[in-house]
Design a protein around this ligand. Sequence first.
Ligand code: ZN
Length: 198
Amino acid sequence: MKHSPLVQSLIEAFTCLPGVGQRSAQRMTYALLERNREGGLYLAESLRGAMEGVRQCRRCRNFAENELCPVCADPRRDDGEVCVVSSPSDVLAIEQSGEYRGRYFVLMGHLSPIDGIGPSAIGLDLLEEQLREGGIRELILAVGTTVEGEATAHYICEMAEESGVRVSRIAQGVPMGGELEFVDGATLAHALKGRRSV
Ligand SMILES: [Zn+2]
């Protein structure tokens, strides 16, 4: 059976969600049309609001609705410690561990020359600027241990060395190639405390 154009386009739109294939997209579309038009409209408005209103923090590149994200805007956070992570969901995971009082720098990816992702595409020019400005005592790398993560960590280490900033790396308890968002808070807190200089 062929779907009508509007239904077909909604099904296609749902498949842009991670883990949602054609079948689930179809199920979602029909559920909303059949039983929950109000929910569907709420979803549409929330999507538009977030897609248009959420930008990146000027300082750490995390999601923000103002110039600065809530962490950067908080004067009680320690400006001297900066934890470098790959994605905003990593920030969330570390915040939920409740152990960290420093700031973050969110790469939104890893270095991957093969895919044309160079240093400036993941904000490393901005990080370099901040390292040069002074005020950062320690960079804590929490970028994962995939091949790209390792390459990124290596690049950042060299950058920090040039600016004379100490670098450490969380290690213990974080699975190889693991994504931080799947690590529980206690393990993450332990990994942060047990970080090692590199
Ligand atoms: Zn920020």
